[in-house]
Write a protein that binds this ligand. Structure first.
Ligand SMILES: *[C@@H]1O[C@H](CO)[C@@H](O)[C@H](O)[C@H]1NC(C)=O
Length: 313
């Protein structure tokens, strides 16, 4: 690859969600509220799982990690956007933009890989319970999650390093509210063939392997649950995976909507709407989906919120 001088563009302009200043105040309030709800809701989930010993199982360990990742995920994009709304300054430095793209890719990939691991965990627990209790020791699942963090980081780092090889000259207006890799790449004036290739292969695998794993796991779960004779057993098995399935549909539904649609049928505006869905709305909804449909989680939250002051975590 020919390395050209990329110092010609030292900052980008984030055009944001609207070009009317009157809308900015409303959007600011909506996103601030969404960010606060996301942080608080996910924090409550992490704390509730932590204080309730009955929830010290692989499934809830994954869930608490997913909440942590959701907090990090929204923190990479929303605070910067809020600051830009307040200051009225839409600039972002080249280095901040690259950093934001890196963290965004890291946590988005992690979200996807964790959702995949959670489906596999449910599959093992329902279809091979004896095997499951033997294999899924705390050592194994902590290690498994650590590997997810590492893989997602390596993936994000690869895309980011390739991004820094591009040169930008002239065009520096990003028609988006954060530095999304796919959008920033389109501004480059050097050849982006390798970047696109890596996005479609490595990025595709990071999103597709967990997705296919989820489909296969749920197919087996579904077949196994249909074989359970008692209605009570059926309901119990479904209640543990129903909420996960809801989150999976929300997350992948919107991602597939953004990235795997023929470009002719959707506009940039629709793209941004779907991106807002999976970057801000899904992480906000996760805690509600998990805690409203799950009695163990409700019990733990009650314990957390009603406990006597002074009881240490
Ligand atoms: C998430 O997983 C990592 C790696 O296994 C672990 O160190 C961390 O404590 C977990 N965090 C939560 C909140 O579950």
């Amino acid at each position: 690859m020919k390395r050209e001088n990329h110092s010609r563009v030292s900052e980008f302009i984030l055009l944001g969600l609207s070009d009317q200043p009157e809308q900015d105040r409303l959007l600011f309030l909506i996103f601030l509220l969404m960010y606060l709800i996301t942080g608080l809701g996910n924090l409550l989930i992490i704390l509730a799982i932590r204080i309730d010993p009955r929830l010290h199982t692989p499934m809830y360990f994954f869930l608490s990690n997913l909440s942590l990742v959701d907090i990090c995920f929204t923190t990479t994009t929303i605070p910067k956007m809020l600051v830009n709304y307040i200051s009225g300054n839409k600039e972002i430095l080249y280095i901040s933009c690259v950093t934001q793209a890196f963290f965004f890719l890291w946590f988005a990939g992690l979200d996807s890989i964790l959702l995949g691991s959670m489906a596999y965990d449910r599959y093992m627990a329902i279809c091979a319970p004896l095997h499951y209790t033997m294999i899924m020791t705390p050592r194994v699942y902590v290690l498994l999650v650590a590997v997810c963090w590492f893989w997602a980081c390596a993936n994000a780092l690869t895309h980011t390093v390739l991004l820094t090889q591009l040169s930008f000259c002239g065009h520096n207006e990003i028609p988006h509210f954060f530095c999304d890799l796919g959008v920033v790449i389109r501004l480059a004036c050097s050849d982006t063939f390798i970047n696109d290739l890596v996005i479609y292969t490595m990025g595709g695998l990071t999103a597709l392997i967990p997705f296919i794993g989820i489909l296969i796991s749920y197919f087996h779960i579904f077949v196994a649950v249909l074989k359970i004779p008692s209605a009570y057993g059926k309901r119990k098995a479904f209640s543990t995976c129903g909420s996960h399935l809801t989150v999976v549909c929300l997350f992948y539904g919107t991602i597939i909507g953004v990235y795997f649609n023929p470009t002719s049928t959707h506009t940039a505006q629709q793209d941004i709407a779907s991106t807002v869905m999976y970057t801000a709305v899904t992480p906000m909804l996760n805690p509600f989906i998990y805690s409203l449909r799950n009695n163990d989680m409700k019990g733990a939250l009650r314990m957390l919120l009603l406990r006597k002051p002074g009881f240490s975590l």
